[in-house]
Design a protein around this ligand. Structure first.
Ligand SMILES: [Zn+2]
Length: 484
């Protein structure tokens, strides 16, 4: 049956009905509010406006036929309408709350009716049974229909719309259902933004369709804006009824809030705003399965090359260094401390430590300089223990540098060591040691304390002290590298 035939038959039916005084227009249908209807973001027009009757959207049968592409048949005698599309056959009857879908009986929220000469069908029932997603937006009094195969129909959304509109979403708040006078009942979870999941390493948007979100950033405060073309908000988002817009807090190192709202109706865009306390750039990594996944760019980018740090345990092997007050050797103090520091630095993601020696071997000063200069290290740290037999009460920490390019490193190391060992401050000093003079990178020689002093020697050989000092040196090295 053509549209004209259908229309003329409806007109005849209406005329007959009016003549006979038998056509009852439901009371609700008389005091109704017209609503807007969108299909995949495009506004549909109809001679008889779609409207809400008893909390249910009804639309002219013409829209079902022409816009949804279903085959519609009208049977005068029985006042029956059949809607057929693909493998689905829906049978309805004017004023009858019973319908069938592929032969199975279904109860309708509201029966089909005739309004202003048009047969009006309950939209959600028909649309959803035809495999469409139906969403009601109470604020704009609009119904959104989505065909399941509709994707990226509005993919050329401008990346940056305008900040004024962003301010609208900024002021948005969770919708109070009491304010939404005409909710569409019995919403099912189908395409549309239904879930926003923020975890430490990704943002997941459940949108039902495979559309590519467009991302941009706004400042003061930093926020990531995600526009979802052709996507409406679901009837619930994260389980909360938030048809038009909403927001929620998240516990996250850099993200504080998530807000969302229908940003534009034509074209249809739902906007999600991620409020950040520190700007982190995200990238869309997948849009498969109706799920858009965004990950921080830093997590995607290859790791930066490690920064090399050269550690020199003073003395070793035949070179015992200074004898200590309890007749131990300086070389036996410097090696375990340096090895501890070496192990700690190896655990640092961005640092590669290199050492002169890890055991009690003899390495002369020329070799130390040559090893360091060939290593490509950004800094050189030589670790020693001081001695002054002439006055065993002398104690404290000294840090040496030779060239001016090493002064900053010396100051940072000296400060961190004093914080850790609480020894007297014998200052950062300039000296002409060979390993400081001839190395080609900023170089420092640390005299942790006096092995000729009873109190300091005892501490310097203790494991706890060495662990604490190694940790302080890690912090110093990281601070220095960070400043470069
Ligand atoms: Zn020494």
């Amino acid at each position: 049956m053509s549209r004209l035939q259908l229309k003329s038959k409806l007109l005849i039916l209406l005329w007959v009905a009016l003549w006979m005084g038998s056509l009852t227009i439901p009371q609700n249908a008389q005091a109704l509010t017209p609503i807007d209807l969108y299909l995949n973001g495009k506004k549909l027009t109809a001679e008889v406006a779609p409207r809400i009757v008893k909390d249910t959207a009804v639309v002219p049968v013409r829209i079902i036929a022409e816009e949804l592409g279903a085959e519609v048949k009208w049977e005068d005698a029985t006042r029956k309408v059949s809607v057929v599309q693909n493998q689905v056959s829906i049978n309805l009857q004017i004023d009858n709350e019973e319908a069938t879908v592929n032969g199975a009986s279904r109860k309708l929220e509201i029966p089909p009716m005739i309004v202003e000469g048009s047969t009006m069908l309950p939209l959600r029932f028909v649309g959803e049974n035809l495999g469409m997603h139906v969403t009601w937006d109470p604020r704009s009094q609009s119904v959104y229909l989505f065909k399941a195969d509709a994707n990226s129909s509005t993919s050329s959304v401008p990346a940056q719309t305008n900040t004024t509109a962003d301010e609208i979403i900024k002021q948005s708040r969770p919708i109070n259902l009491a304010e939404s006078s005409k909710p569409v009942p019995a919403a099912q979870q189908k395409p549309g933004l239904t879930q926003i999941m923020v975890s430490e390493d990704q943002i997941e948007l459940h949108i039902g369709l495979n559309v590519t979100p467009s991302l941009f950033y706004l400042e003061n405060p930093d926020r990531l804006v995600i526009d979802l073309p052709g996507i409406a908000t679901g009837s619930t988002v994260n389980g909360d009824p938030a048809v038009q817009n909403g927001q929620f807090d998240v516990v996250h190192p850099t993200i504080s809030h998530v807000r969302y709202a229908v940003f534009s109706h034509e074209p249809l865009i739902t906007r999600v705003v991620i409020d950040m306390n520190k700007k982190i750039e995200y990238e869309v990594v997948t849009t498969a399965g109706g799920l858009a996944v965004l990950k921080p760019k830093a997590a995607i980018e290859p790791e930066l090359p490690k920064r090399k740090v050269f550690l020199d345990a003073g003395h070793g092997g035949d070179d015992i260094g200074a004898p200590t007050i309890s007749n131990r050797y300086e070389k036996d103090f410097t090696l375990p401390l340096t090895n501890t520091l070496y192990e700690l630095l190896k655990q640092e993601k961005n640092i590669e430590p290199i050492v002169t020696r890890t055991s009690d071997t003899t390495v002369d000063l020329d070799e130390r300089v040559a090893l360091a200069n060939a290593s490509g290290a950004e800094l050189f740290l030589s670790i020693h223990g001081n001695s002054y037999k002439e006055n065993r009460s002398i104690r404290g920490t000294e840090t040496y540098y030779s060239r001016s390019d090493s002064l900053e490193l010396a100051k940072i190391i000296h400060r961190h060591v004093l914080e850790a060992n609480n020894f007297p401050d014998r200052k950062v000093k300039k000296s002409n040691f060979k390993v400081l003079r001839e190395t080609t990178m900023p170089a420092v020689l640390l005299e942790v304390g006096f092995l000729s002093n009873s109190a300091e020697e005892k501490q310097m050989f203790s494991d706890d002290f060495q662990q604490r000092l190694a940790q302080a040196l890690v912090e110093a090295i990281k601070e220095y590298l960070h400043n470069q």
